[in-house]
Design a protein around this ligand. Structure first.
Ligand SMILES: [Zn+2]
Length: 411
């Protein structure tokens, strides 16, 4: 009897509830990440017609924005995006409909993600069976995860790293890296640092010869060498891939913003060079700069933006149209200043890849007229370039985001 009632209830829901499918063809370019404090005006503007939300298993979320007193409260509809069999189209299937509660002049929609894996959900806002026309402003997605505040690091050496480094050994680098992570990532615990060599990978090793330099983005198409992520035996560690250099001038390291994947597959790695490509050849990178770049890129991995935005961070050009959200010119955090005076210089940094990796840029004293030392955020780990003679640290709000997002990522 109970089972019958249960099925009856479901059928009734499905047949009577109006479904308003997202009609924004570019919804993947309007993406909201949990606990991001940036302005995200584009996401707000498109919420009713469809944006994507990055969600993780078992995490609880709250999507909120300011009440528009000229309209009734809209219903938030959420859709799972399923890739078609020929992998050419995404099809939305409705996950649920939510009514808001009103808290201090804001609509708040609460939900739990019951997926088995990281997923992108799409949105629509419905009022009277059509798209909500009220103003959506000051949008926020907050998330609380179900996983631990511990993680381990897996440093993967690709190519002939050990032959090419001078002044330090891999063991010294690993020890310095772990020490700095433990000191700076003060809101989380780093259990262990593992060292693995790509040529010893049980299935992929033969693709990574140990006697030649690996140039990320040149030796193989994937800058991130992400197939090495999720290393057998340490599947859920943070994979830091160390290569000879990244095949973009002046780029010390790459991570995707809010990679969100401590397992294997895409967005499971951050990549760093022991050298940096320059217009004239290459430079050595000091051990200090490698360690600082590792902490910087890992900051992006856990959802931190640059304190001062570069053009590469916001620009998103597809078919000659720039989908970038230029409201996100800073990270939105109250305890990180940003640099105004040098924005024009920083804006020169342009994007090299459509996946929007977040770089750390090498400023060598003899090739650049740009001196970032006077920027108020030059001593923050998430400043976009290297800075000479600064002791770097994270702000309290940045460290809180790192912990919150680590606990969202399955591991
Ligand atoms: Zn960066």
């Amino acid at each position: 009897m109970n089972i019958l009632l249960f099925f009856a209830g479901c059928a009734e829901d499905d047949s009577t509830e109006f479904t308003l499918y997202p009609d924004n063809n570019n919804l993947f370019f309007r993406k909201l990440f949990p606990n991001d404090q940036a302005q995200n005006d584009s996401a707000a503007a498109y919420l009713a017609h469809g944006i994507t939300l990055q969600v993780h298993p078992k995490a609880t979320y709250e999507l909120s924005f300011d009440v528009d007193p000229n309209f009734e409260a809209p219903t938030l509809q959420l859709f799972r995006l399923v890739l078609s069999k020929d992998e050419t189209e995404w099809h939305p299937t409705k996950v649920r409909s939510l009514e808001p509660t009103i808290v201090q002049g804001r609509y708040v929609y609460s939900f739990i993600c019951e997926e088995n894996d990281k997923a992108d959900w799409a949105t629509s806002l419905a009022l009277d069976d059509t798209y909500y026309q009220g103003r959506v402003s000051n949008i926020r997605l907050t998330g609380d995860g179900a996983y631990s505040d511990h993680f381990s690091i897996n440093m993967i050496l690709v190519g002939n790293i050990e032959q090419e480094i001078k002044d330090y050994t891999i063991e010294e680098l690993a020890s310095s890296l772990l020490k700095e992570f433990r000191k700076q990532y003060a809101t989380v615990t780093i259990d262990t640092l593992y060292i693995n060599r790509a040529e010893k990978h049980p299935t992929l090793g033969s693709k990574y010869p140990a006697n030649e330099p690996w140039l990320a983005g040149y030796s193989s198409k994937d800058f991130f060498v992400s197939e090495l992520g999720g290393w057998p035996g340490v599947e859920n560690a943070l994979d830091i891939v160390l290569v000879h250099y990244i095949n973009s001038d002046g780029v010390l390291g790459y991570s995707n913003l809010f990679s969100g994947n401590l397992g294997k597959g895409t967005e499971s790695t951050v990549v760093l060079g022991t050298h940096v490509k320059t217009p004239y050849g290459e430079d050595d990178v000091s051990m200090k700069d490698i360690v600082e770049t590792a902490l910087h890129e890992t900051g992006h991995f856990f959802g931190l933006r640059h304190t001062t935005t570069t053009i590469a961070d916001v620009e998103y050009i597809v078919n000659y149209y720039d989908f970038g959200d230029y409201s996100n010119i800073e990270d939105g955090l109250e305890d990180t200043p940003r640099c105004n005076s040098t924005r024009r210089v920083l804006l020169k940094v342009s994007k090299t890849d459509i996946n929007a990796p977040m770089p750390r840029i090498y400023i060598s004293s003899n090739t650049s007229s740009f001196d970032p030392s006077n920027c108020p955020d030059a001593d923050n780990y998430m400043f976009p370039t290297t800075v000479k003679d600064k002791v770097l640290s994270f702000s309290k709000q940045q460290l809180d985001i790192i912990r919150k997002n680590l606990m969202i990522f399955p591991h």
